[in-house]
Design a protein around this ligand. Sequence first.
Ligand code: G3H
Ligand code: ZN
Length: 284
Amino acid sequence: PLVSMKDMLIQAKEKNYAVGQFNLNNLEFTQAILQAAEEEKSPVILGVSEGAARYMSGFKTVVKIVEGLMEDLNITVPVAIHLDHGSSFDKCKEAIDAGFTSVMIDASHGPFEENIEITSKVVEYAHSKGVSVEAELGTVGGQEDDVIADGVIYADPKECQELVERTGIDTLAPALGSVHGPYKGEPNLGFKEMEEIGAATGVPLVLHGGTGIPTKDIQKAISYGTAKINVNTENQIASAKKVREVLAADSEVYDPRKYLGPAREAIKATVIGKMREFGSSNQA
Ligand code: G3H
Ligand code: ZN
C-alpha cells in the first residue's frame, strides 16, 4: 500500500535498520525499485526530485505510474512516494495534492528562522493530509539536479533540536559531511554530531548522498539513529554501465527494450544489495 514514511521510519529506528530512499528517473527505475522491494519484503521510499518529476512530465504522472505498477506488479510492501529536496511550500503542496505521501522541504540554504517558518507551513499542510515531512539543516555537498552546493556545512545540533521542536517534522536530514554523487576519497561523516542530534531530537534521521558510503559507516549511522538512507547515483551508474555494455557488444541493437531491460535488472540488483545492507529486507 501507499503510505507516509512516518510509521516506516519509527519502526526502522526502533528495530535498528534503515529504509532506503531510491530515486526515480523513469519507468524502468520505478519498476526495478518496486520489484526489488517486493522480492525482499522490504518497505521502500520512492524519491522524486523536482528535476526527475519534470523529466517524467509532472507529479501526477509519477503518482499514476507508481499506482499502476503497484497494481500490475501486486506490490504488498509499504511504499512511500516522497518529494526529494522540495524547494518551496508551493512545490510541496503541488506534490501532496497530486498524491505524494511524503515530502522533503529543503530550506537549508536560507537563514535559520526562514527554514523554521517554511518548514512549519509545510508540516501544517502535510499533516492535515496524513503526509510525512522531512526537513534539512546544513549543506549536503556535491550536486543533484537543481540542488547545487558550494561547500559542505555541518548541521548544528542545537539548531537541529530547535527545528524539530518548533516545526513538528517527522524526520530530519542533518548534513554531516555527506555528498550527492560520487565521493572524492573516503567520506568523513560527523558521527559525534549524528549521535548528539539523534539523541537530542528523538526523531529518525536521514542520510543523504548514500552512494559510496562504506558499509561500516552505514552501520554506524544506523546505530546513531539514522533510519532512512538516500541512494540515487549508484543506481544511475549501474544502469548506465549496463546500457554501455549492451550497445558496445552489438552495434545493431536499436529496440530500447533490449538495452533498458538489462539496465532495469542492474538497478534491481543494486537496490536489493542496498536493502540487505541497510537491514530492511524481511521487515515489511
Ligand atoms: O536526495 C537524494 C540522495 O541524497 C542521493 O544521493 O545520488 O549520492 O546517492 P546520491
Ligand atoms: Zn539528497
